[in-house]
Design a protein around this ligand. Sequence first.
Ligand code: PMP
Length: 398
Amino acid sequence: LFAGVALAPRDPILGLNEAFNADTRPTKVNLGVGVYFDENGKLPLLAAVKEAEKARLAAQPPRGYQPIEGNGAYNQAVQKLLFGADSELLAAGRVVTAQALGGTGALKIGADFLKGLNADAKVYISDPSWENHRALFEAAGFTVENYPYYDSATRGVDFAAMKACLAGLSAGSVIVLHACCHNPTGADLTDAQWGEVVEVCRERALVPFLDMAYQGFAEGISEDAVAVRLFSASGLQFFVSSSFSKSFSMYGERVGALSIVTADRDESARVLSQVKRVIRTNYSNPPIHGAAVVGAVLASSELRAMWEEELSGMRLRIRAMREGLVGALKEKGVAQDFSFVTAQRGMFSYTGLTAAQVDVLRGEFGIYAVSTGRICLAALNEGNLGYVADAIASVVKA
Ligand code: PMP
């Protein structure tokens, strides 16, 4: 049965993790994986999460099945974070939300639902994009192509090329957009550019699919939802996948959601019924714990305030690391201007380091980065910043 099974290629980033774990050098640094570490290099367990978990443990709730679409209070809290508590769309019953297994699970449910709606549509992702976007939509049966996005010359977005491409796509094409903190480049659209993207989607009758995996990591919770808010105001129908993996540091609990904006309440009921069918035939219903904890934090003004402070602490620490790295490289006499690193947002930077330079970082210094030159700034801290800056300085000056 399995004699002809070929060995699948290793996931490039998880493969990097395995190599990092096997490295015995005490000075090793993992800038590969997209995870936030605190100033001590540890994965934080947020105090707001701890408090909510303590209360849940004390209450010893029963473990029955959840509804297919998950925890209703959690789903409503997700909607308020994404669309705003006073959203007209929410009041009009135009948003359907289903708890999902992380952002990845939300993308997968959305992809499967879309495949049933329009099997022939093509899906367009940014060039480059989170590597799982392509695999995930291809696994759902779609042909996936790129739209231009990153401009290595400016280290920003080639918006003219992006817009021109979108303007040439056929009606019904699905456009996957990073709502904020673009992974892997860190280069985001401006608010004005988002407005133009909304208009192109309207003119060409495209299907926008916003992926929001880092809400709160760029400027703030509502500031980072600007794309969702602009699409909301447009009257268009669209998808949003969202994740609390990073913003609650709850990666392994798989807490995310798929939200779909419809034309009216009646459409919402029909769309939800189909989304539930997709979920039912995949995993029946989602797990309880993570969504209950996030829901409890968002429902309590005290815990919510605690969470917001912890989230802004993460955001500000990453920003400080961006500034620290740029400053240290300058101090070490690197002529190349790295100031673009402070303009990029979220956890990542496309540093412009070549695959060969990344190899040297790994081989000589035990510093692990993705071969594309992507580094995760959230893995830097006061303890390793100088070492990493020295290493980068040595490879770029070589
Ligand atoms: N979308 C993007 C752009 C991401 O970077 C990630 C996480 N790396 C995800 C989705 C998936 O998030 P989750 O871990 O919650 O599945």
